[in-house]
Design a protein around this ligand. Structure first.
Ligand code: COA
Length: 344
């Protein structure tokens, strides 16, 4: 079965924190943050500690479900898998996916979280695709979201200015048209043509971790024990250099897997960590910067939320047309990195 994204949703907290707001709290400036990262403002969650990510995830998932329902004969009863990619769950357990399943009154299907920081959404999308391709389920709800504001040391200007909170959701479903195409033909020739068509629409993924990058990006503990606060630590320059080297490499790998070229990609939806990283990747791939949409200026780095939030914004702005070939790429703690090619 060939999985496709049939609907998207996203949710950002109400509260906007500008660079000037931060410069009143720490030794930084709007000019430094803008020129080094492209960020102008970010959204920071103010909800009750235990429900921060759940609230954002519910809003994002409900928006995606409403879009799927408006688009055709879809019912939430069809969801056969619930995945949440996050490194900032509201509680150690139960998993965010189980709590989301309950909040959305979803069927009693497999629901679990995936933790791979900024690469988490890509890993969850890959997992959901594998479930659908293998026939384990036909439709999956995949949420990526983080409330990094809980993990930040607000006295550390090296990290605090970079992140924002937010969640995005997609509904991934077996594409009926291609199921029909694959089963419609009778002759050997027709069957082979159907298989080729389905194969062309199959999403491809390449996912890696160097496994040795702990020192460059880590957080030792969760914030559940308020007496032992732990915050994120980062070697920004190392992560920057890693991203600029590895993202074009893994995009090249997935393009080869998909049998396509960078020129055929309608849009590159990259993890939003730093606008300068996006520019450097565009340059290395020799593609125009217009092919690299961004929302980092408004959202900052929303960790696992960044790609699905951007996808939802593009979708709702009518910038994604059915049949477009998209390339997604993410990177982060691990150090992990990956890319996907999928047909919209
Ligand atoms: N405001 C003002 N000055 C700041 C600052 C801030 N918010 N944060 C750091 N600085 C200072 C540092 O103290 C340092 O000063 P020093 O040279 O006197 O020691 C200097 O700015 C650092 O400059 P530099 O290392 O040249 O910055 P940079 O161009 O590498 O940009 C990052 C720093 C963090 C923006 C950049 O490295 C980056 O984006 N890295 C990737 C981070 C990332 O994406 N993390 C998430 C991965 S998913």
């Amino acid at each position: 079965m060939t999985p496709r994204i049939i609907a998207t949703g996203s949710a950002l907290p109400e509260r906007i924190v500008t660079n000037d707001d931060l410069s009143r709290k720490m030794d930084t400036s709007d000019e430094w943050i803008r020129t080094r990262t492209g960020i102008r403002e970010r959204r920071i969650s103010e909800d009750d500690g235990k429900e921060k990510l759940l609230k954002l995830s519910v809003r994002a998932a409900e928006a995606a479900i409403a879009m799927a329902e408006a688009d055709g004969a879809f019912s939430r009863e069809e969801i056969g898998l619930v995945l949440v990619a996050t490194c900032t769950p509201d509680m150690a357990f139960p998993a965010m996916a189980c709590r989301l399943q309950d909040a959305l009154s979803l069927p009693q299907v497999a629901a679990f979280d995936l933790s791979l920081a900024c690469s988490g959404f890509l890993a969850a999308l890959d997992t959901a695709s594998a479930y659908i391709e293998s026939g384990r389920c036909r439709t999956a709800l995949v949420v990526g979201g983080d409330v990094m504001s809980r993990m930040l040391n607000w006295d550390d200007r090296n990290t605090a200015v970079l992140f924002g909170d937010g969640a995005g959701a997609v509904i991934l479903s077996a594409d009926e048209r291609f199921i029909a195409a694959c089963t419609g033909g009778n002759t050997a020739e027709e069957k082979s043509a159907d298989e080729k068509a389905a194969d062309a629409f199959r999403p491809r993924f390449a996912l890696h971790s160097d496994g040795g990058g702990e020192a460059a990006l880590y957080c030792k503990a969760m914030y559940f024990n308020e007496n032992e606060p732990e915050s994120e630590h980062m070697d920004g320059r190392k992560v920057f250099e890693f991203a600029v080297r590895k993202v074009p490499e893994v995009i090249g790998e997935v393009l080869r897997l998909a049998g396509t070229d960078a020129e055929d990609i309608s849009l590159f939806v990259l993890h939003q960590a730093n606008y300068r990283i996006i520019e450097a990747v565009a340059k290395r791939l020799k593609r125009p910067i217009e092919k690299f949409p961004h929302n980092i200026e408004r959202c900052g780095n929303t960790t696992a939320g960044s790609m699905p939030i951007l996808l939802d914004e593009l979708n709702r702005e009518g910038k994604l047309r059915r049949g477009d070939v998209l390339c997604l790429s993410g990177f982060g703690a691990g150090l992990s990195y990956g890319a996907a090619v999928l047909r919209w």
